[in-house]
Design a protein around this ligand. Structure first.
Ligand code: ATP
Ligand code: FE
Length: 356
């Protein structure tokens, strides 16, 4: 099966071609991503209207480039998959309209994909892992523990009750005057910092379960920053690095402990070969990856994380998730709607397999 995928739910316009022959590993034949960081940089965040216009302008270019790089044409595709939510509605609609146009013009089956399922299924694309696996989905807008039972069947074990970690990294960068996206810049600063100089809270560790909270870290950071400015008139390079290191360590420690608890719940499902997988933009963070790796090793489970370019938003994950749905027999019609909200543990209209 060969599937064209489209992604436009946030600030990356992307198209990709993924192929899988039965019984063999899936292959990413092409993956084109046009980021919009410069368009939004003056505004300190993604501006939905600007994002939607840029997606509408760039989608056809991306599709053309993805096909060219794969050395294929639309006639070689078996289906066209598109992010149908969740995300910024204008962007999602641009992608859905584009995919409908392709489907209507070529007769290719249309497959709507949940963006979060795209992230959550990526370790199957990159590492061929089997269900059921434990997934920590950590991104710009989400943070949740899921047991993936099938391409459309996820059980949620817990998640953030306020901010997502990516959002916290981005806010931290903004508060310290570092460039966006905040994750990579905070991680780079943290490398030269002392994580012990500032004591950040470890939210919700005293409570049972796998729920997380990250908004308090931002408040703590703001207070520490203001105190330094009041005392010394400004932040030195070292102050900034130490604040980043302290913040990142708090995120790492919290995720490590909650992952331990999620693993315990996951192991109760008696998986034959336990696998812990992480995905989403924040999974690009080296400190977080290595902490999760050691927690998994302690529990005797295998750990897998996609390469960095498949952790952040891309269309290969959408093409692959579409391929998995297509293989199950799922098809969407031209009445497919764009959904701004779409929780992953909520069944899609075309869902097969009898729910969970
Ligand atoms: P969602 O998938 O929840 O809709 P999104 O698509 O905007 O949100 P992603 O593209 O998956 O999110 O991830 C982007 C986020 O990942 C940003 O908040 C960014 O700061 C964060 N991020 C990227 N690299 C790193 C890193 N090295 N360390 C920490 N965070 C990172
Ligand atoms: Fe994403």
């Amino acid at each position: 099966l060969t599937v064209l995928g489209l992604e436009s739910s946030c600030d990356d316009t992307a198209a990709a071609v993924v192929r899988q022959t039965e019984g063999e590993p899936a292959q990413v034949l092409s993956s084109v991503v046009h980021g919009q960081t410069e368009l939004h940089s003056a505004f300190g965040g993604v501006v939905p209207e600007i994002a939607a216009r840029a997606h509408a302008e760039k989608l056809d270019v991306c599709v053309q480039q993805a096909l060219e790089q794969a050395g294929l044409t639309l006639q070689d595709m078996d289906a066209v998959a598109v992010t149908a939510g969740p995300g910024l509605i204008g962007g999602v609609m641009s992608g859905v309209m584009c995919a409908k146009g392709i489907s209507a013009a070529t007769g290719l089956p249309l497959i709507g994909v949940n963006h979060l399922a795209g992230h959550a299924l990526t370790p199957r694309l990159t590492d061929g892992i089997a269900f059921p696996y434990l997934m920590l989905l950590v991104s710009g807008g989400h943070c949740q523990y899921l047991i993936a039972h099938g391409p459309e069947r996820f059980t949620r074990l817990g998640g953030t009750i306020d901010d997502a970690p990516g959002e916290a990294f981005d806010k931290t960068a903004r508060l310290l005057g570092l460039p966006q996206p905040g994750g990579p810049s905070v991680e780079a600063e943290a490398r030269n910092g002392d994580p012990k100089r500032f004591r950040f809270p470890r939210p919700l560790l005293d409570r049972p379960g796998c729920d997380l909270s990250f908004s308090g870290l931002k408040t703590a950071l703001m207070r520490m920053r203001d105190q330094i400015v009041a005392d010394k008139g400004g932040l030195t390079r070292q102050d900034r690095a130490d604040l980043c290191a302290g913040f990142q360590q708090a995120v790492v420690d919290t995720l490590a402990e909650k992952t331990r608890r999620a693993i315990a719940l996951y192991l109760e499902t008696n998986p034959a070969e336990p696998v812990i997988a992480v995905a989403g933009g924040v999974a690009a963070n080296t400190a977080i990856r290595s902490a999760l790796e050691s927690v998994s090793a302690d529990a005797g489970a295998r750990f897998t994380a996609p390469p960095l370019h498949l952790c952040t938003d891309n269309a290969a994950m959408i093409a692959y998730a579409g391929l998995e749905r297509f293989r199950l027999g799922a098809r969407d019609g031209l009445d497919l709607t764009a959904r701004p909200r779409w929780p992953l543990d909520q069944t899609s209209p075309a869902m097969l397999g009898g729910g969970r």
